[in-house]
Design a protein around this ligand. Structure first.
Ligand SMILES: [Cu+2]
Length: 170
């Protein structure tokens, strides 16, 4: 009797723990230490790129976007297949012009990562014109779903660029 009572108590304790994990949500269960990531937006040479182009972040982490030369934005994209369309109500860090040669006091904006779902980003400078930075491949993914997803996303962006008449590099 005593033993079976113990079993029942142990089983209920397990059930409560399992329920707690379910309630918090699998994607929100984060046993890892909080990490700060850094992504540069553009560079000293004026290249149209995010570096690194992709990264993996856990809920609770911050990604610090450091803006470099030219005048870039970091803007959430509608989807993997609409890289250069701004997501309504999505994340948009706005434009941050940085002068040629400037290397300190660079505009830096943190983004809190809330889950493990992918966040697709682009630079909306020159949007809908043949000077579109997105249309020249300036895109970025936090928490890509699979290896090679960035390449697909960037190819979609370049396809938008061709439609806009972005001068092609050969
Ligand atoms: Cu840009």
């Amino acid at each position: 009797m005593y033993f079976s009572t113990l079993l029942v108590v142990a089983a209920s304790a397990l059930a409560v723990n399992a329920a707690a994990v379910v309630e918090r949500g699998f994607w929100h269960y984060n046993p890892h230490k909080q990490v700060n990531h850094t992504v540069t937006v553009g560079d000293l040479n004026g290249d149209l790129m995010f570096n690194p182009p992709t990264l993996s972040a856990n809920p609770g982490d911050y990604v610090f976007y450091v803006f470099k030369q030219k005048n870039h934005s970091t803007t959430q994209s509608e989807s993997l297949f609409q890289p250069c369309t701004n997501k309504a109500g999505g994340i948009d860090l706005g434009f941050h012009p940085v002068a040629p040669g400037q290397t300190d006091n660079l505009p830096t904006i943190p983004v809190l990562i809330k889950d493990k779902f992918p966040l697709y980003f682009h630079c909306r400078q020159g949007e809908n014109t043949n000077a579109s930075h997105c249309g020249q491949g300036m895109v970025h993914i936090v928490n890509p779903l699979f290896d090679g997803e960035f390449n697909i996303f960037q190819q979609e962006a370049l396809a938008v660029g061709r439609q806009l008449g972005v001068p092609q590099k050969h």
